[in-house]
Structures are given as structure tokens and as C-alpha cells.
Design a protein around this ligand. Structure first.
Ligand SMILES: Nc1nc2c(c(=O)[nH]1)N[C@@H](CN(C=O)c1ccc(C(=O)N[C@@H](CCC(=O)O)C(=O)O)cc1)CN2
Ligand code: GAR
Length: 219
């Protein structure tokens, strides 16, 4: 069976990327290879993790502000489309946002969804699924800083449950179909650090499960 090609987008430490690297071609993530790690932050340690993988994983970097500065007149949507073009050149079967801290607009999604051809006049490509790891339960704490927000809400008695999910990426942030959802225990008096550690441990499990689930959908 043809090996599935995976591209991972990061912005930071890359501990979830590391979980994916470790799971490649194991029963947890069979017949899958990460062919590119892409970051919008030059200093992201995840780029080092990719370079230190065995074999090393090719990386690419492109940040929004430098792109806009070096392309006068171009927009955020143009940046998003450029990111999609870079990724699609690797012919991925799956794109994973693993701590990717940039909201993707139609410039990106219409290319990965196959709604628009890469180049004018060309036929459109097939859909490349895009999934995201989010440290909250569906419909709760959309957006950034979800861990801290959930911890604060629990301590205030505003919520009783917390968790993490892997979901399909749609234009509405964190509102795509949940693929894997797992609750994370939270107790009164829990420090943010203790809760955060539990969240990350759970993330490292479900990001692999989410990737395997989507890859199993395609032939
Ligand atoms: N179209 C989508 N794009 C993204 C999604 C999504 O579901 N749909 N998920 C996010 C990941 N994410 C939460 O899971 C998230 C990341 C970042 C932000 C955010 O506010 N980003 C700001 C910039 C923040 C920064 O650079 O530090 C922004 O993009 O302007 C919200 C949610 C990834 N993309
Ligand atoms: N809204 C997206 C979001 O908050 N993503 C979060 O960024 C962290 C990345 O950690 P990592 O760089 O160690 O994988 C993870 O906690 C992930 O849930």
C-alpha cells in the first residue's frame, strides 16, 4: 500500500509534532511519513525536532509579516494561499495543524478543499484534509490560550469538564467536525501547570489517533 504523506504545521515547541514523529510507521500511525514540517516562526523548536528526526524531515518557514513586507500590495489571504501552495507541492494526503497559531482564511482553504486550482486555468485538485489539535472540548474556549481560560473558568466554578480535541479545519475557528475528543481531569486547587501537563499528555495521544483516523478514510 502506498505510504501516506503527512505535512505538519507548527508555531512553537513541537511536542505534538514529536508525538507524530515517534508514531510514524508504528501500529498507532501505520504506513505514514511526515514529509514536511512548516513553521510561521523561525525560532520554533519544532523545526529543530524535524531536523533531528531520523531521517531528518524537510522543513520550511514563512511568516506573515515578513511576507507582507517583502510583497507590497499582497494581503493576508495571499500569504495563506502561498502557504497552501508550498504545502501542496509535497502532495500530502493529510495536513495537520499542531500548535499552528495562525487562523487560515479562504486563501488557504479553497486550495486545500479543491475549490480553486493552484494555477489559473488548471483543473482543481482533490481535497487534502486539514485537521487541528485544540486544547478544549467542542464549542468551549475557541481560539488561543484555551488551556489557561479553561483552568480559570473551572476554578471559578463556571465549568465542570475540560478536555482536548482533534477536529477538521473549517473557516470558523475550532468549529470543524470533531474527530477525537477526550476529557482531561480537573480538580479544585489544581495548579495551571498540573492541568497543563495533563492536557499535553492527552494531546500527544489524540493527535496520533486523529491523524490515523483521517488517513484510514482515504484509500
Ligand atoms: N480556519 C481555521 N484556521 C485555524 C484553525 C481553525 O480551526 N480554522 N485552528 C487554529 C488553531 N487555533 C486553535 O485551535 C488558533 C490559533 C491561533 C489563533 C489566533 O488568534 N491567531 C492570531 C495570531 C496569534 C499569534 O500570532 O500569536 C491570528 O491568526 O491572527 C486562534 C486559534 C489554527 N488556524
Ligand atoms: N488553538 C491552538 C492551540 O492552542 N494549540 C496548542 O498549542 C500547543 C502546541 O504545543 P507544541 O508546540 O508543544 O505541540 C498545544 O497545547 C496545542 O493544543
Amino acid at each position: 500500500m502506498t505510504e501516506k504523506r503527512v505535512v505538519v504545521l507548527i508555531s512553537g515547541s513541537g511536542s505534538n509534532l514529536q508525538a507524530l514523529i515517534n508514531a510514524q510507521n508504528t501500529p498507532s500511525l501505520p504506513n505514514a511519513r511526515i514529509v514536511r514540517v512548516f513553521s510561521n516562526r523561525k525560532a520554533a523548536f519544532g523545526l529543530t525536532r524535524a531536523a533531528q528526526a531520523t531521517p531528518p524531515i524537510p522543513t520550511a518557514y514563512l511568516a506573515l509579516q515578513p511576507y507582507l513586507k517583502s510583497h507590497p500590495g499582497k494581503t493576508r489571504d495571499d500569504y495563506d494561499a502561498e502557504v497552501a501552495r508550498i504545502l501542496l507541492a509535497d502532495n500530502p494526503d493529510l495536513i495537520i495543524l499542531a500548535g499552528w497559531m495562525h487562523i487560515l482564511g479562504d486563501g488557504f482553504l479553497e486550495l486545500t478543499d479543491g475549490r480553486k486550482p493552484l494555477n489559473e486555468g488548471e483543473p482543481t485538485r482533490g481535497v487534502v484534509p486539514v485537521i487541528n489539535l485544540h486544547p478544549a472540548l467542542p464549542g468551549a474556549f475557541d481560539g488561543a490560550n484555551a488551556i489557561e481560560r479553561a483552568h480559570e473558568a473551572f476554578q471559578k466554578g463556571e465549568i465542570t469538564r475540560a478536555g482536548v480535541m482533534v477536529h477538521r479545519v473549517v473557516k470558523d475557528v475550532d468549529r470543524g467536525e470533531p474527530l477525537v475528543v477526550k476529557e482531561v481531569p480537573l480538580e479544585k486547587g489544581d495548579s495551571l501547570e498540573a492541568f497543563e501537563e495533563r492536557v499535553h499528555e492527552t494531546e500527544h495521544e489524540i493527535i496520533v489517533q486523529g491523524a490515523a483516523k483521517v488517513l484510514a478514510e482515504s484509500k
